[in-house]
Design a protein around this ligand. Sequence first.
Ligand code: GLN
Length: 554
Amino acid sequence: MSRNKFIFVVGGVMSSVGKGIAAASVGTILKSKGFKVTALKCDPYVNVDAGTMNPTEHGEVFVTRDGDECDQDMGNYERFLGESLTRMNYMTTGRVYQSVIEKERNLEYGGACVQVVPHVPEEIINRIKKATKEAEAEITIIEIGGTVGEYENLLFLEAARELKLKNPTDVIFMLVSYLPIPSKVGEMKTKPTQHASRELNSCGIQPDFILCRSDHPIDSKRREKLATFCSIEPDHAISAPDVESIYDIPVNFENEKFGDKILKSLSLKPRQKDLVEWRTFVEKAKNATKIVKIGIVGKYFETGEYVLSDSYISVIESVKIAAWTQNLKPEFQWLSSTTYEEHPEKLKELKNLDGIIVPGGFGSRGIEGKIAVAKYCREHKIPYFGLCYGMQIATIEFARNVCGLKGAHTEEIDPKSPYPVIHIMPEQKEKMRRKDYGGSMRLGNYACELKKGTLSYSAYKQYGLPTMDSQFPIIYERHRHRYEYNNEYREQLEEAGLMTAGTNPERDLVEIVEVENHPFMVGVQFHPEFDSQPLKPQALFMAFIKAASQQSKV
Ligand code: GLN
């Protein structure tokens, strides 16, 4: 195909209606119909990336293979598209301006007066085209963050308008809107969506499709209304009711033949039968009955479950994916780490769980609680999976309670610890001194050589990708940290039974630890949760869930 096609996804009425998932689902469908698809996210805020934002407020910071710290929607794109994206697939207002200013300073505008319009939308369009080219995509989906009518996302909408103006047959727009059903009225209302569509019109944009988010499916009367007032085809109002699992959405969309409608709008024809593998995955998820109970120890729980699930979304999705793939039904328990500091007697409740995850984190709040959880899991042989901070915590616990190194700690919390079993990496020390915090951690993919005979080695051997085989046992996983296992204590820890199961070949950094004679106590310095997709479950999550299911208390 010679011409690139672009689909812009914008939001109307209110935020948090699942615009990202809708955009990602469109990607799943089009890919399944035989097209090379990529997706971009445009975030309107001024931060250059999401790395400096508080996950409690903003949700998880996702990390791409090339080390970009970005919005959690990028994780949804990767999971739904089954593709790895790069930093070119993510932009913020801050990042766009940063490039424009850099170019101006480098005299790349040839003496012109650099203006908000046209130069900022021009930069946005260039980025969209570059990402398209890099991914060799035929269809590019671009989600514009925020809601129409806001001041913040206007320049992104302007870029979209200009791209359409120059390529009228290659660009379409989807408005993801919300249709409330007020309880006292009992009827689905289209008026807010009509306003949102008008608002979009005032930016020079006409939606081609309206995705109708609501509690219920949209009926024919509402379709007609939207068609008349928003100038769309009646069958271009697509029903998007609440669903039990986000992975059902592509299937629901396809029930309305959404994919073929999109392709027709772009003058394309489907090339193959759609969603075959995806449907198998969704069916497995629906039919799973045997429960596997997983506890996730975090420190954000006090603010409620909603925030929790946003802060740890990739971990949660990875558990679901690994469980469903093995015909198991995951049940989650959110465990607040501070609870175990105040009420150590509650530790024994962990016995009711099949497996515990201590995910990534920063800072001191709740750390002693997490260490206590690690100790309990080690002593009671409960499967434990430590991700990044969770690996560091398992190491500290082992040093303190098995090796007898009283006061062992990470330098992040106790710089004066007599036994800094986790210490800052030298280059990070220098960065901290310069107050260079943004995008400066050890980020993205690094190699890890697995040690034969370990649980991790067998997990990757059993569940890893076929493409991995040529270089096995070298694997690549994503990182985001400043502190690291201290090799000075390696011999002592290994002798006492904390195996080194994986190391980075270039720097001999310990990337995986495993407790000997335990069903599954594995800590990884990286973030396997970022590389876990429905059609490609992550190896260690598969092994962890398997070990947990063998413990199953139900
Ligand atoms: N705080 C730890 C570090 O910086 C772990 C980071 C993480 O869990 N992502 O090394």
